[in-house]
Design a protein around this ligand. Sequence first.
Ligand code: GAL
Length: 708
Amino acid sequence: MKNIFALALFFPFSLFAQTTTFQWQQVAPGVWKATVGKPEKLTLLGVAEIQPRVEALQKLGTPVFPNELKQSTHELTDGKAYLRFPLHKDEQLYGLGLNFKSVQQRGTIKTLHVDHYGGKDDGRTHAPVPFYVSDRGYGVLINSARYVTVYAGSAVRKDSKSPPEEMNRNTQKNWNAQPYSDAVDELVPAPGTEVYVFAGKNAMEVVQRYNLYCGGGTLPPKWGLGFVHRTPTLFTDQQVLQEVKDFEQKGYPLSIIGLEPGWQSHAYPNSFVWDSTRYPQPKPFLDKLLAKNIRANLWINPYVSSHSPIYKDILPYTASHTVWVGVVPDFNLKPARESFKKHFTAQGVDLGVSGYKVDETDGYDRWLWPDIARFPSGYAAEQVRQTYGLQFQKMTVEWFRARNQRTYGLTRATNAGASAMPYVIYNDYYNHKDFITALCNSSFIGVLWTPEARSSKTAEEWLRRMQAVCFSPMAMLNAWASGIKPWTYPEVAEQVKEVMQLRMQLLPYLYTTFAQYHFEGKPPIRAMNLVEGFADAGTVVAGKFDATDNPYAMAVRKDIKDQFMVGDYLLVAPLFAEEPKRRVILPQGKWYDFYTGKYVGGGETIEVDHSAGLDKIPLFVKDGGIIPMIPATLHSPTKDEVLPLTVRYYGAQPGSFNLYDDDGETFDYEKGNFGWTKLEVKDGKGQQLPTQGREWRYGKVSWEYMTR
Ligand code: GAL
């Protein structure tokens, strides 16, 4: 006994903190779960109430458990869970939240924490999803609502099986400030957690499994993919209607008009009641918009003013601290959810409001509740923070579902399990390049992001931002503070109109791309690292020694973060202000210019040069690519609208495209009311073959053979 005690003192670690392997249990084809210690009740997937699409997962195949992860281990110590997943030397990792500066995440350290993005990829972000995808064909998700710290291949253990070589900085030039690490280490500050593994033959298939397991990607209403304009915060109903008229008269497309805080009588904190001076008759106002086929989206944040009719009801279900002097509802409690549902159904959804922009569920720290706040449900402030955005999204979806009506809105915070949520993330950060990097990164973690346009220093910047926005999940101008219009800069007013019209023309292609997200789990916007035949996996360039900026001569990683795919065929390479030239990496195969159909290259890097004029956003189509388009309408098509279809075909390879259609507004597609029609070109001739279902809202079909 005495000896054991002495041993324990000597080797306390090995005796008391047992390192064990995981017990993996298959929970769906290609998806495994393990339980470590005692997981907490509140989890990310639990809050999201995911409903795995088992049939679609079965269709995707039944891969075996990834070999790479068989040696994974965990320990429980200090009331926390330590997890370790092995890495191969040449392996790359993606995901780990909505990052704005980098795509590859190997070698990074993050504490994943819901927050407004602060300019560093340190884990504090709008969607700190604790999920990483490996290019070796697997993904790991930590289903914990805590601030999980991830050492994504940065820590080196002395008992490592493949340790980095010890080097001498004095004599060896290739001495590395960040020695090679052979594992991902994760620290979950909780007595246990669930861990999920997703397999796949490549990174894309892993992402598909993740999205399908989370319920399949969202399928927005058709109007959600049209153009969104948000008006200045104190606009009146008449000013909004005038704005709508201006869009119409000038010929700029518009599908959603967004009202900012001033639609309410009190804002920050919110009354959630229409202001009777600015909006004396909300229903007739909303009817007028709907009659023009324009939807209204209302800004809210969740913090309740003492002037709100729900204040008294909700008070017992609110946190110890306030946000902007408003009480903070604890949506883990049913009465809080019910109170919101009753109010927003009567004052919003039933009046004709089509969606919400749910602001400020993310932080900044000084504005949100502190981590010492208490919530009546008993959950820790940290857990509520990590799940607040998710909770809110889930709640609103139910308000609309009760009317068999789809919604599509905006959120500033979300987390794992959000694939099926009809919400797009936005923020106040406004770096154009970083906005595009976020678009790329959104594709690994089951979220959508909009690089909204707000204002610009120059006409050129305005055009570049508007172009990029038109190739994102939500084409949005957020003029809440600037009052800017698409046509504000006369020098580029025509080019801006053109790209907005192109967005409308591409709706059949975009809607099908979202149907792929829903039915197959393929994200609509795709980072190049998810694309087959993409050769450049991002190079690492040796760092230059600089006594102040880079004293350890840290290597610099060159990510491909300024180009992406929309759907299967369209490669988008945005231009940035004052950079009329750019390089575009074309994956293997042949690629064609979208506008002219001309061959541009394949499996190589090309340079595009727009110095001669402001012109268009560079777009390229893969060989055999089929792009179905409608005329440039001012509004998204209604439920029964039948439009002619122009099918563009590029290159020479036989090609096909399964065009999806349904009513575009309800959930009837869940009952099988949808249609897939195969558009294919064989021997240089196009044909259409209905493959499943009857839904098809197109009149005359004409084929355009773009490459001659
Ligand atoms: C910000 C939000 C902006 C705008 C503004 C209105 O928090 O990010 O888009 O809605 O609030 O006060």
